[in-house]
Design a protein around this ligand. Structure first.
Ligand SMILES: Nc1ncnc2c1ncn2[C@@H]1O[C@H](COP(=O)(O)OP(=O)(O)O)[C@@H](O)[C@H]1O
Ligand SMILES: [Mg+2]
Length: 245
């Protein structure tokens, strides 16, 4: 039996004459890893901003865990269990890794924040740099720190914006393994990712955006074989042919 954790209905966001999210209706099952792909400027980050309260949609609704959250503020959505990382990571650079975690406004269900922070750093295998300042971390380690901060919220659903961008292959594999592990324990993921090999490996279902519209949805093989998807990517920064052979 599947249960819907997130549902958008006719979600629309305009910037002047530009419709960055155009009538998007999608439904995500609890426990799935949903991939979101689409050429640059197709509206992926805007969708995340709508879902997590950073933008207020012009039209449509968002229901998370059975509750309409359409007009909610970001921190309220995060505390309700839907948390995100950002495409550009932004830790508090002058604070240690542990301090960065303790700065997260965790839900009341977490009684001992220090213990929780330790547990997360061990899980992500960055406990050895717990007392280092965030400013000295590599790009990949900062991605892990960002994920660690999100985990402090004990979320049901995590939105990741390009988790493997700018990360070396070894660390990328570790990040993906951690995502898989968290997913095995029931966490739902919604993930924007340009790396098609990553998508093929990890996503249960892929949603494709183009010019703000949802143009295809299905398994990786289904959507990448879709003519409209191939057309959307023609001459763009990601060469589907190269990936798919
Ligand atoms: N705050 C904003 N103000 C004006 N235009 C925006 C804003 N955010 C996004 N856009 C525009 O909306 C479109 C979709 O952007 P975005 O969601 O960032 O695409 P993607 O993440 O798929 O690359 C782009 O044309 C972008 O320039
Ligand atoms: Mg983006």
């Amino acid at each position: 039996m599947t249960e819907t954790v997130l549902e958008t209905t006719n979600l629309t966001k305009r910037f002047g004459a530009l419709t960055a999210n155009d009538d998007i209706s999608l439904s995500v099952d609890r426990g799935e890893i949903r991939g979101i792909i689409g050429p640059n400027g197709s509206g992926k980050t805007t969708l995340f901003n709508n879902l997590t309260g950073f933008y207020t949609p012009d039209e449509g609704s968002i229901v998370f865990d059975g509750t309409d959250i359409t007009e909610w503020e970001p921190h309220r959505i995060a505390r309700a269990g839907m948390a995100r990382t950002f495409q550009i990571v932004s830790p508090f650079r002058n604070m240690t890794v542990t301090q960065n975690l303790l700065a997260v406004e965790a839900p009341d269900s977490i009684e001992d924040k220090h213990a929780r922070a330790r547990e997360i750093l061990e899980f992500l295998e960055i406990d050895h740099i717990a007392d280092n300042e965030a400013r000295g971390m590599s790009g990949g380690q900062q991605k892990l720190l960002e994920l660690a901060r999100v985990l402090m919220l004990d979320p049901d659903c995590i939105l990741l914006d390009e988790p493997s961008a700018g990360v070396n292959p070894a660390l990328e594999k570790r990040i993906l393994d951690h995502i898989q592990e968290l997913n095995d324990d029931g966490t739902t993921f919604i993930m924007v990712e340009h790396d098609m090999d990553v998508m093929r490996t990890i996503a249960d279902t892929v949603t494709v955006l183009d010019q703000g519209q949802l143009i295809a949805e299905g398994s990786f093989d289904e959507v990448t074989g879709n003519d409209r998807v191939r057309e959307a990517y023609l001459g763009r920064e990601v060469d589907l042919e190269e990936v798919l052979g």
